[in-house]
Write a protein that binds this ligand. Structure first.
Ligand code: PMP
Length: 435
């Protein structure tokens, strides 16, 4: 075990930061509220490594929450962006760069007949639901407890304890009027969907789901669940939206739709599509996307939408994924991680101390259980205190993940096997001391 790391400068910057930003941060999870302690303030990243302002090095499994599938500062991204910086960072007018990226997206995901770029995942999901409401002329939509679709009012709803509840807001500042058409279902539950459709079938514009839920730890869809949703939505004239902000360009080349061979009507993307520069998109069936202005009457706009810098970063990322055959590398890292968990953690799995879930380059350790959770309720019963303990050992030993047990770990293509050895050995050490 190394010496205790020094975080003096991080702490000093956070003290200043708390005076200017709520909780010292520009997005809540960054505050370390979940894991305790003071956030690490970073200075730079290179490949698989992140460096903080005190000079500590970390192997990065956070990937800036997903976009950095190639790691930090990939040379082909840097040169593409440098070239664009000389030309223009924004036009607020059409450019070939946005068409080129959209065509590449269509090439990877042929179901995207028409799309639109926006600047954040929040805008993408908000706009996709608007398009669905416009085409169906219905108001209600279904989301799943524990799935995150950004912070637009209508999504900030928590489910009640029943199978379905009409929207109770889970955030202050969200009037109940804006969530009254939000219906909440239980992830992986057919019964919960049946109940909702029995009651509101003719009024439901959309069902939106993270096809792999990666905002409540990692929860995989039960075999056949996405097919079930496809069937029910089709029968009810409801638009099925896959929120692929996380899974798009990561779960496979064609994202979750291709991975599970289930075709939604609309998709939302973010993260990798902008290569780490703010960009997101929504798209899918032409008949739905034609509802969007100026073709249709559903208004949606953005000053920096299709931003040139983001468009070249996204294009360079997708191209480099192809050049490197990144999915193959990620798969072999993932398989190695599975085998390590088997080798090192089996006694603890047998004693229900830990459960490891992985799909492609997403992974998650749940503690205090050996059963992979199927929904939010099961996730919230896992041992988050133990996660926090492991988390701080990871930090002390130079492993960085998103600071919460409700987040996932991401593999990037520049991670090495020895980094996985270190990450798993720390889990093992903590579990040994707990024994
Ligand atoms: N959808 C999903 C599945 C997400 O994971 C996120 C963000 N993590 C969003 C939407 C919102 O994206 P953004 O933070 O870019 O608004």
């Amino acid at each position: 075990m190394p010496k205790i790391r020094n975080f003096e400068k991080s702490i000093e910057i956070m003290e200043r930061s708390r005076k200017v930003f709520p909780g010292g941060v520009n997005s809540p999870v960054r505050s370390f509220r979940s894991v305790g302690g003071s956030p690490i303030v970073f200075s730079h990243g290179m490949g698989k490594n992140l460096f903080d302002v005190d000079g500590n090095r970390y192997v990065d499994f956070c990937s800036s929450w997903g976009p950095l599938i190639l790691g930090y500062s990939h040379p082909s991204l840097i040169s593409a962006m440098q070239e664009q910086l000389q030309k223009a960072v924004t036009f607020g007018a059409p450019s070939d760069l946005e068409v080129r990226l959209a065509e590449k997206v269509q090439n990877w995901i042929p179901g995207i007949e028409m799309m639109r770029f926006v600047s954040s995942g929040t805008e993408a999901t908000m706009s996709a639901v608007r398009a669905a409401r416009a085409v169906t002329k219905r108001n209600k939509f279904v989301k799943f407890e524990g799935c995150y679709h950004g912070h637009a009012d209508q999504f900030l709803v928590k489910a009640g304890s029943g199978l379905a509840t009409l929207g109770n807001t889970s955030s202050a500042g969200v009037p109940s009027g804006t969530t009254q058409d939000t219906l909440t279902a239980i992830y992986n539950s057919e019964e919960s969907i049946h109940e909702i459709f029995c009651q509101y079938g003719n009024d439901i514009a959309a069902v939106i789901i993270e096809p792999v839920a990666a905002n409540m730890g990692l929860v995989l869809p039960k075999p056949g669940y996405l097919e079930f949703l496809r069937k029910v939505t089709k029968e009810n004239g409801t638009v099925l939206i896959f929120d692929e902000v996380m899974t798009g360009f990561r779960l496979s080349k064609g994202g979750a739709a291709s991975y599970f061979q289930v075709q939604p009507d609309l998709w939302t993307f973010g993260k990798i599509i902008g290569g780490g520069i703010p960009a997101a998109a929504y798209g899918g069936k032409k008949e739905i996307m034609q509802m969007i202005s100026p073709l249709g009457d559903a208004y949606q706009a953005g000053t920096l939408s299709g931003n040139p810098l983001a468009m070249v970063a996204g294009y360079a990322t997708l191209s480099e994924i192809e050049n490197q055959n990144a999915f193959e590398k990620l798969e072999s890292l993932g398989k190695y991680l599975d085998s390590l968990v088997q080798k090192e953690l089996t006694p603890f799995i047998e004693k229900s101390k830990v459960c490891f879930v992985r799909i492609e380059s997403f992974f998650c350790f749940f503690f205090g259980t050996n059963r992979a959770p199927n929904n939010f309720d099961e996730v919230s019963k896992t041992d988050m205190k133990l996660f926090n303990k492991v988390y701080h050992e990871w930090i002390q030993n130079g492993i960085y993940l998103g600071p919460s047990g409700y987040e996932v770990g991401f593999l990037s293509a520049c991670i090495e096997y020895e980094d996985l050895d270190l990450m798993v050995s720390i889990v093992k050490n903590v579990l040994n001391t707990e024994d």
